[in-house]
Design a protein around this ligand. Sequence first.
Ligand SMILES: Nc1nc2c(ncn2[C@@H]2O[C@H](COP(=O)(O)OP(=O)(O)OP(=O)(O)O)[C@@H](O)[C@H]2O)c(=O)[nH]1
Ligand SMILES: [Mg+2]
Length: 278
Amino acid sequence: MELDEAIEGSRLALSRALTLVENGLSFSTEEDGMVIGVTGAPGVGKSCLVDRIATSLAKDGIKVAILAVDPSSPVSGGALLGDRIRMQSADVDDLIYMRSLATRGESGAVPSVIGNMTNLLKECGWKHIIVETVGSGQAEFKIAAVADTILLVEAPGRGDSIQAEKAGIIELVDLIAVNKSDLPQAEAAASDIEQALSAGSKDIPVMLVSAQTGDGVSELVQKILETEGQSMTRPKWREKLNSEWMRQLNSHPDLESMLDGLEEGSLNLDEAINNLRR
Ligand SMILES: Nc1nc2c(ncn2[C@@H]2O[C@H](COP(=O)(O)OP(=O)(O)OP(=O)(O)O)[C@@H](O)[C@H]2O)c(=O)[nH]1
Ligand SMILES: [Mg+2]
């Protein structure tokens, strides 16, 4: 049985089991863990930063799994990250598990698929899980809401934090990393963001980092770990509730037969919903 082997540590079995879950198998767990959502506009350096964060955790002996959702290009996305991680020392390598999802981020089922996948990873002993998503719109951002801690990555030359504020994303964010601090405009970008945030009620740390040089990475990792076990806010519970509800709906044993009934016209929507509630 795949799951037993995966729990025993076989990466091949784990990746096969994850494929089953990615294709729709539902998976719950009682195991605790920490899911770190890393989101931000395309090209801000999420993958490079995730690579740094994972390496830093692994060097401290912490096992970390990475799920990359819809890497937007093979070069800047998961492929490169995978290659980088393979260049690490074997010890660090053993503590990192990397997986890309082929599924497009806009698909409504993705948050529940990710939830199932993180559950499976926790069950198999991967307690720290980083989920990288491209968060350029609200739908895609919902994926990050399966996370316990959300890191928004920004980079110089973008006005995204204001946009994020508008989209209600900011209320879910725990930390903001302004990446590419090796570039001259980074500090100005960070103060712009701090300025924009000062109007809000939430105190969100804004940290300068460079995934290229590694500057600020250990401080960022420290901050991320400090959020472990923090109590969940109402906006996050709302997203979790939403995504768990969707997960249950999509894994309901009668879903297909309800869809059949709707298609044939033997059921209306209310009846189908009432049947699924039972
Ligand atoms: N100067 C500088 N460039 C960086 C830094 N981090 C990443 N980059 C560059 O930014 C580009 C995008 O990096 P990625 O890590 O692929 O960005 P991403 O946000 O994951 O991109 P998508 O997954 O495509 O949304 C690459 O060319 C990186 O080399 C940094 O700290 N400084
Ligand atoms: Mg990426």
